[in-house]
Design a protein around this ligand. Structure first.
Ligand code: AMP
Ligand code: MG
Length: 401
């Protein structure tokens, strides 16, 4: 019987269907020291030039270049300029000023001679080699005052945080974190504090999913895992939907009798799609639970992780119009045939290696979707599109992990 919602859609269709659901994204101002992974919500302009003044890129001597073209020229040292000095020096022909990296360039100087290119004797230096007019870092050569250094959608990295500080910016406007409830389901799941009995496993998905959510700049609440019981699940989803902007569950979305996330969504949720043509991770469900978007991810550890990256992460970046920071990719030549299925997007776990100056990818570990060790030790995931075959020798896109 035909389902009353899109069923077994392509990955692109799934991503598109998610984008029909939006969240009201608000902004807040935070100190840059707390900005790692946060997403900028309005343009950031530099308060100062960088550098703010011409300065030396080397420890050495500031000189007039035309004095130094024919060694062994001799110059008189008339003073020194250290980093942090607010004094200004002036230099005339035949003179040199001792200078340290980062110190302001004296007036009249247009070249720095590195210390190792001359010999120093008393207050004289003698050149060993002809100089070049170089090693001067020019005012504003990195960025200019009032220049937009970041636009809305930028995800803050350590380097970008340092750039804000260099530009004199102490606070920035970012999107408020989306509050995401992470709920694992399954009778077999035990917390790390418990002793395992035969047939039980440690609940692990929520830890990986929460870490992914953090990398995407949002906030995860890991709920205690829920037993396979319709009422308990319903109560937990109700509670989560009152206190969170979005719910992610893992487990219980396949065809089994105890796949209660799917069963409950069919009974009382608003399903936007169920099942996606991707390997691994074909069972996901997406929809609304009492006005709260809910992603039902598969329970298999590799699948839940891959589906997050392929679908949930795409939606999160869509909401903030940001780049998918988690989709850093490269290309590699396949070192072996990869199992694919027509119409499916294939994410196999691979390691990369270099041979004859070319990057190759080969499968890492067995490819069962329960093998979290395999993905944890891989360099990347293949991104084999539905129309590609994944044959040995093909050039393949790799999502770096
Ligand atoms: P399910 O999707 O509920 O049928 O679960 C598929 C497989 O994933 C089963 O082997 C489960 O034991 C395992 N699994 C489900 N949830 C988790 C979890 N949170 N952590 C680790 N493994 C899980
Ligand atoms: Mg289960």
């Amino acid at each position: 019987m035909a389902k009353p919602y899109p069923y077994f859609v392509s990955l692109n269709e799934a991503i598109g269907l998610c984008q029909k659901t939006s969240l009201n994204m608000e902004s807040e101002t935070i100190p840059i020291s707390q900005a790692i992974n946060r997403i900028v919500s309005s343009d950031i302009k530099a308060k100062v030039n960088d550098p703010g003044f011409d300065n030396s890129a080397m420890d050495g001597f500031a000189v007039i270049h035309s004095d130094t073209t024919s060694p062994p020229a001799q110059l008189s040292i008339i003073g020194s300029s250290m980093a942090g000095t607010t004094e200004s020096h002036t230099l005339s022909s035949g003179q040199a000023i001792r200078i340290m990296t980062g110190a302001p360039i004296p007036q009249g100087a247009d070249s720095i001679i590195p210390i190792e290119d001359c010999t120093v004797s008393g207050d004289k230096i003698t050149l060993k080699t002809p100089s070049k007019p170089h090693f001067i870092r020019k005012l504003g050569e990195n960025f200019a005052q009032n220049q937009t250094i970041f636009s809305s959608g930028e995800t803050m990295s350590p380097e970008k945080i340092a750039l804000c500080a260099a530009a004199g910016i102490s606070t920035i406007s970012v999107f408020k974190k989306i509050k995401i409830a992470v709920i694992s389901t399954g009778d077999e799941l035990k917390s790390l504090d418990d002793d395992l009995e035969h047939g039980q496993i440690y609940e692990s998905n929520s830890y990986g999913l929460a870490a992914l959510i953090e990398i995407y700049g949002h906030e995860a609440t890991r709920f205690p895992s829920v037993i396979d019981d319709l009422d308990t699940l319903k109560q937990t989803l109700n509670e989560a939907s009152k206190t969170h902007d979005c719910i992610i569950t893992s487990g219980g979305v396949s065809m089994g009798d105890k796949d209660f996330v799917r069963i409950l969504m069919e009974q009382e949720g608003d399903i936007k799609f169920w099942r996606v043509k991707m390997r691994p991770g074909s069972p996901p469900i997406f929809g609304m639970w009492k006005n709260t978007p809910i992603f039902g991810l598969p329970g298999n550890p590799v699948s839940s992780h891959v589906v997050f990256r392929a679908i949930v992460g795409k939606w999160l970046t869509y909401l903030t119009n940001s780049k998918d920071i988690n989709n850093k990719t490269t290309h590699a030549i396949l070192d072996e045939d990869i199992k694919t299925q027509e119409g499916f997007t294939t994410f196999r776990r691979v390691e990369l290696f270099i041979k004859d100056n070319q990057t190759f990818a080969r499968l890492k570990g067995h490819q069962g979707s329960g093998n979290i060790a395999g993905i944890a030790m891989s360099d990347g995931l293949t991104l084999i599109e539905p129309n590609e075959l994944g044959k040995k020798g093909d050039i393949c896109k790799i999502i770096l992990l």
